[in-house]
Design a protein. Structure first.
Length: 105
């Protein structure tokens, strides 16, 4: 089950649209974690996902990676997601897994 591990506090803009950037992760069978970014159009709900952006040995390291994301990195991820999906998929179409939020202490 995919888990929400982070969200950027401010939306991204591309001129006419605003997007929420969320970071999701899955735990792999060997215990490692892999994560990707999802960009959701705040007006339409359409979204685009990156491929896997990182694999980390444990959840603590993954959350450290999330905290270290820079605006420049996120902008690059946004461009990769748009290329991957040829812009954005209609709302509800791109939902690869059920999701839950990781509680952080």
């Amino acid at each position: 089950m995919s888990q929400l591990v982070g969200e950027l506090p401010s939306p991204l803009t591309d001129g006419s649209h605003r997007y929420r950037a969320s970071i999701y992760a899955d735990q792999l069978p060997d215990g490692r974690w892999e994560a990707w970014l999802e960009f959701t159009d705040l007006g339409t709900g359409d979204c685009a996902l990156t491929g896997v952006e990182t694999r980390q040995h444990d959840l603590r390291q993954l959350l450290g990676w999330v905290r270290g994301l820079t605006p420049r990195y996120v902008e690059g991820s946004f461009a990769r997601a748009r290329r991957r999906f040829g812009e954005f998929a209609p709302a509800g179409l791109v939902r690869p897994h059920r999701r839950r939020t990781i509680e952080r202490s």
